[in-house]
Write a protein that binds this ligand. Sequence first.
Ligand SMILES: [Zn+2]
Length: 238
Amino acid sequence: MNKTVDVLWTGGWDSTFRVIQLLFQGIDVKPHYICDPGRASSPLEISAMNRISDSLKRNPELKGALLPLTIVEFSDFTKYNDIEKAYIDLMREHYIGEQYKWIADYCRHANLESIDISVQNNPFIRRNHSRTDYPFSVIFKGLNFPLINYSKNDMKKWCIDNGFLSIIEESWFCHSPTRSGKPCGVCSPCIVVSEEGMGYRLPTSAIIRYHLRVLPRVKSFLKNYPKFYARLYRLKSK
Ligand SMILES: [Zn+2]
């Protein structure tokens, strides 16, 4: 019987990479998704995970089994006072996102021994996640960071070498999608995608928004050409 690993799957590039990597190693994956109440992108993340799951289940290279996705609403799991207190004490030393507190709550609530969190390129987490002193021990107890020493390029190269690039590119990255469900081009993950040379993953409308944002002078220049500007503007809000 294969070993099973619990993974927090967001539908994004990094956690999708982790899911594929484990399945490739012959490990079964139990994915969990926590709906973030502050984020408009949940339906798009879930549909990306469904599409990716279909592709992964058909892939003969993957020896591990992908178990059904558990979707939990933020309001559905217990928030523990001692975890809240440890989070506040940790915050006195260094800011970390509230999601780490929720994940710690969720782990205890769902009785998970550990869960893989696909954070990369975070020096604070790299230095502190395995500390056993309070408050780190409370927040990071069940949280594994298997990709903490990976770069996006390492992951991309692995995907190209093993034939998974087209699957991982189905992952969702934008935090504030347009009404028609396309990446916005201006939120931080969209900017990261552009800056990492993966701008081809953005639709034209998002690329225009990205350039208008980072080059405000282009915008004032374009205002001298109102018809052209209006055309771009219409494209931008598609
Ligand atoms: Zn975006």
